[in-house]
Ligand binder design. Structure first.
Ligand code: KG4
Ligand code: ZN
Length: 345
């Protein structure tokens, strides 16, 4: 086995609709290959059965690609890390079974990873010119599947302070876009059209949710009724007002996120903020975070987009950190569709 200074982790991610494999040398990414499943675009959302079939097809070639790109032989690998959950059961089963077989075949230690912890710990992947957040910090994870504010005291001492009670923020973007007749995933399009719109033109209600939890389903309903009402009066309404509608939707979503994050910061006294997940690409949220740096004295960290969206690199960094602590799992490990932060080994 390689010594503790030279750790190579082979990591596998398959929790939703991206199959990914990565190789890390300590904290450094040697390769991080992702196959995004385009098939779901035709259906306007992820179809679980199609996702597991695509993972099945992709996983072997991706692992080969990750090893080839990293230019290392599989004999050098120190351990195999994989996403145990949370996610779609059929998708998780593909990665879990594959990782277990590989561990058995190559006689390598196995490390199970919580996908939500991985989104947060992605900040610790080595990046030139970037310093990782210092403990304690607040992590905001925003994507098509997640919306969470987590208090991070240490690598594996995390506390979920708030999360969505219904739709994830990315879903709120995508479903709003769908109501406007835009293709899936509509989040990036809303962002693009919002740039030329007036964010105050159509005010949508901010949901009243106690504490640090989120809710986005009410917003979706009010957008639906608004679009139906206006389109009855004027069938060209959505086409004509597209940019203003997008700007107003984005403005509302950003306000919801920022209100809760500001409350979390005020309650904990923490100004070190780490943001991850695909929605962190949104220009409205980025601008709001920049303003908070200037006005509230926050220090905001956003990893490069490759490490924000679902990828095996973030699974690999958790693998490395667990390897250092000797936190391995056995072949009896099973996938978990629901898997809360801090509950694994
Ligand atoms: O992290 P991610 O790639 O996949 C998971 O959901 O796990 O996030 C995808 C989500 C989609 O809902 C997509 O619409 C949203 O992130 N998204 C955006 C933007 N870029 C991606 N939403 C708003 N503005 C963007 N620029
Ligand atoms: Zn994710």
């Amino acid at each position: 086995m390689p010594n503790s200074k030279e750790i190579y982790i082979l990591a596998i991610e398959s929790s939703c609709d991206d199959t990914s494999a990565a190789v890390l040398h300590n904290r450094k990414m040697l390769s991080n290959v992702v196959a995004t499943q385009r098939i779901h675009e035709e259906y306007g959302g992820v179809v679980p059965e199609l996702a597991s079939r695509a993972h099945q097809k992709n996983i072997v070639p991706l692992v080969h690609q990750a090893l080839a790109k990293a230019n290392i032989d599989k004999k050098l690998v120190s351990a195999i890390a994989f996403t145990r959950g949370p996610g779609l059961m059929g998708s998780l089963l593909v990665g879990t079974s594959f990782a277990k077989s590989l561990s058995l075949g190559l006689q390598l230690p196995l490390i199970e990873v919580n996908h939500m912890e991985a989104h947060i710990l992605a900040h610790f992947i080595e990046e030139p010119g970037k310093t990782p957040p210092s403990f304690p910090f607040l992590a905001l994870t925003i994507s098509g599947g997640h919306t969470q504010i987590v208090l991070v005291r240490d690598y594996f001492q995390m506390e979920v302070l708030g999360e969505t009670l219904d739709d994830a923020v990315g879903e709120a973007f995508d479903k709003s876009a769908k109501l406007m007749g835009l293709p899936y995933p509509g989040g990036p399009l809303i962002d693009q059209y919002a740039k030329d719109g007036d964010p105050e033109k159509f005010p949508f209600p901010i949901p009243k949710v106690d504490g640090l939890n989120f809710s986005f389903s009410g917003l979706k309903t009010s957008i639906l009724y608004f679009l139906q009402r206006e389109s009855q009066r004027d069938p060209d309404f959505v086409t004509r007002e597209r940019n203003h509608i997008c700007a107003s939707i984005q403005h509302t979503i950003v306000r919801i996120l920022m209100e809760k994050l500001t409350l979390a910061s005020a309650q904990t006294g923490i100004k070190e903020i780490a943001v991850g997940g695909g929605v962190s690409a949104n220009s409205g949220i980025r601008e709001a975070l920049r303003n908070a740096e200037n006005e509230l004295g926050w220090k905001v960290h956003i990893p490069k987009l490759e490490y924000c969206t679902d990828n095996a690199g973030m699974i690999g960094i958790v693998g490395y950190l667990k390897y250092l602590q000797g936190r391995f799992t056995d072949l009896g490990v099973t996938a978990l569709a629901r898997y809360s932060i801090n509950s694994g080994n």
